[in-house]
Write a protein that binds this ligand. Structure first.
Ligand code: ADP
Length: 574
């Protein structure tokens, strides 16, 4: 309760207790949901009912105070109402017989639930818990996660909560859809917000709309601090920290974003909630069931495959669900589109900002700087058997992708393991399907660049990746000359053999031998033979001297020739 309203209640208490009869007043207040039936019972059981009601009001919020004031008017206690009138706190909702929470939310532009809806209590509660931290002091709650993971739906669901609103944000909740916008658009949004807030004040004053972002910030600061202290602003889908700077005015803000670190640039206490990228299978099936209007147990078997293919992504599942409602016999067709990575076919006309699944994912990639975008695209060609570790770049770079929910990290494992969501990988594969060769080539270039000055011998994650998959990238980049020099080199055999053992080496010849020139066939079998014959030595530790081993090969073979060259070099170096 506002200080002024409180003080006014205390000074008027004597008069109130003397004149008012609480029973009828409480009827009005119950229908406003300003007090509960239990509270009414508690008061009715007291001898001094009026005093008990005042005590209760002192513990309540501005909304209850206003409801009490309205009740006095309705019961024609005009004199008492006048005592309170001057200090009436500002609340958004006027007394109405409608559910005040609903009124407040729709006045603030909080979107309604989507047509098909499944609750996610764990995440909703987590957001509410963080919002409660803004009860006493201003600050920021960042809700972050991948495109279409359900952040906006969760944010709106979290605030659809009577106690939370009453206890923390009785003066209103205002929702702003941000998206990727430029400064004039941002200014327009804040102008609209200021207009909305000023209108609610019923003030007769006319303000010209602020004409610059700085002016808008000052106007908003004035409004929020003077009149709307206990108000929550929800900024939905923020991409750029400029937006946050424009509202860095010591107020209460919840933002949804793909970019975890956006709020780093602003002041005040900060809290965050990470949203899982996918729903449990049961919940995702439930969405399909609601949208297709087929009961859960009668869903066709493709339903589960669709859910699995989307890894439970709420956006993907609900887009497919809406399509199925219009084309109920197309379960197999949409599953195949997903399998063929035809995300463009998966679209719907809905309130969601992006028309098709591919646009939602593409927006994240477009927002990256050129360097980062190049790196992200390289993830397309990482060997599919590995999780992304730091082969592509340093952990810092990967963390940037993680911050933007374009990559995930399994923090349970040490060292950290990064991985892509299936939808993201599929998207990359589809988008880059004509560039695969050049992406493999870029991977090889990265290798060359990284190991220009240091030998590839260590056992760190990165080296391990190159030892396993360098040949794979060279082969797919059509870098046959390089592949040739790599596979038929005793140095390489020594490094790879030492770390991975002879079987992996032999496997390289089997796998890539055929794509090398015909004339290399012989060389290929020479190396293979060498490895089969000395395989058991290569298992030994300490690792044997590969040159010595190779010198025992037939003198006509390439293996022998290289060994002799290396031996001569050693002799020269002393
Ligand atoms: P984000 O803000 O993370 O990009 P949204 O919250 O806008 O994602 O959700 C994208 C779409 O996914 C929504 O339009 C809705 O159709 C669907 N969706 C998200 N959450 C739920 C949910 N809890 N129940 C049903 N559908 C959901």
């Amino acid at each position: 309760l506002d200080e002024r309203a409180r003080a006014c209640l205390l000074t008027s208490r004597h008069k109130l207790e003397e004149i008012m009869k609480p029973a009828y007043l409480m009827d009005h207040m119950i229908s406003d949901e300003a007090i509960t039936v239990e509270e009414e019972d508690m008061i009715t059981n007291q001898r001094e009912q009026a005093a008990a009601l005042v005590d209760l009001l002192l513990k309540k919020d501005n909304y209850s105070f206003r409801s009490f004031y309205n009740a006095l008017l309705k019961e024609e206690y005009d004199e008492l109402a006048n005592l309170l009138k001057e200090d009436l706190p500002l609340t958004q909702f006027t007394s109405s017989s409608q559910c005040p929470v609903q009124t407040l939310l729709s006045e603030g532009g909080v979107p309604p639930r989507p047509e098909a809806f499944v609750p996610r209590p764990k995440e909703e509660n987590e957001i509410r818990e963080k919002l409660y931290k803004l009860q006493k002091q201003p600050g920021w709650v960042t809700v972050f996660g991948m495109a279409g993971s359900g952040k906006s739906v969760l944010a709106s669901e979290a605030v659809r909560h009577k106690e939370l609103i009453e206890e923390c944000f009785p003066e209103g909740i205002h929702w702003l859809s941000i998206g990727r916008l430029d400064k004039p658009d941002l200014l327009a949004k804040i102008q609209t917000l200021c207009f909305r807030l000023e209108q609610n004040l019923d003030s007769q004053q006319f303000h010209r709309p602020p004409s610059t972002l700085d002016e808008a910030k000052e106007r908003l600061r004035f409004l929020m601090i003077r009149k709307y202290t206990r108000t929550l602003l929800i900024l939905d889908d923020v991409w750029d920290s400029t937006v946050l700077k424009a509202v860095d005015i010591h107020c209460r803000i919840l933002l949804t974003t793909r970019n975890r670190s956006l709020a780093d640039v602003v002041n005040g206490s900060k809290h965050e909630v990470e949203v899982n990228s996918g729903l449990d299978e049961d919940k995702a099936l439930e969405i399909l069931s609601q949208l297709s209007k087929i009961e859960m147990y009668r869903l066709p078997e493709e339903a589960l495959s669709i859910v699995k293919k989307c890894q439970g992504s709420p956006l993907a599942v609900s887009m497919i669900g809406s399509l199925l409602r219009e084309n109920p016999d197309r379960w197999g067709y949409y599953l195949r589109q997903l399998e063929k990575k035809q995300f463009r076919r998966i679209r719907k006309s809905s309130s969601y900002n992006y028309e098709a699944l591919d646009q939602a994912i593409a927006a994240g990639i477009e927002d990256l700087s050129d360097d980062y975008r190049d790196l992200y695209n390289l993830l397309t060609v990482l060997h599919k058997d590995v999780k992304v570790t730091d082969q592509v770049d340093t952990e810092d770079t990967l963390s940037e992708f993680v911050n933007r929910a374009m990559l995930f990290v399994d923090s349970q494992s040490q060292p950290n393991v990064f991985y892509l969501h299936d939808l993201q990988l599929d998207f990359l594969l589809e988008q880059n399907k004509n560039q695969l060769k050049s992406l493999h080539k870029k991977m090889v270039e990265r290798y060359v660049h990284r190991y220009r000055d240091r030998p590839l011998t260590s056992r760190d994650e990165e080296s391990l990746y190159w030892i396993r998959y360098l040949a794979y990238h060279m082969a797919n980049a059509n870098l046959f000359q390089e592949l040739h020099s790599l596979l038929f080199s005793l140095d390489w055999i020594s490094v790879k053999g030492q770390i991975m053992g002879p079987a992996h080496l032999i496997n390289d010849y089997l796998e890539y031998g055929s794509i090398l020139d015909k004339e290399n066939n012989e060389m290929c079998s020479e190396f293979q033979e060498f490895l089969s014959l000395s395989g058991h030595y290569l298992e030994q530790r300490p690792f044997p001297d590969i040159v010595q081993l190779a010198l025992s090969q037939p003198h006509t073979s390439e293996v022998y020739r290289q060994a002799r060259l290396l031996a001569q070099e050693r002799a020269k170096d002393g």
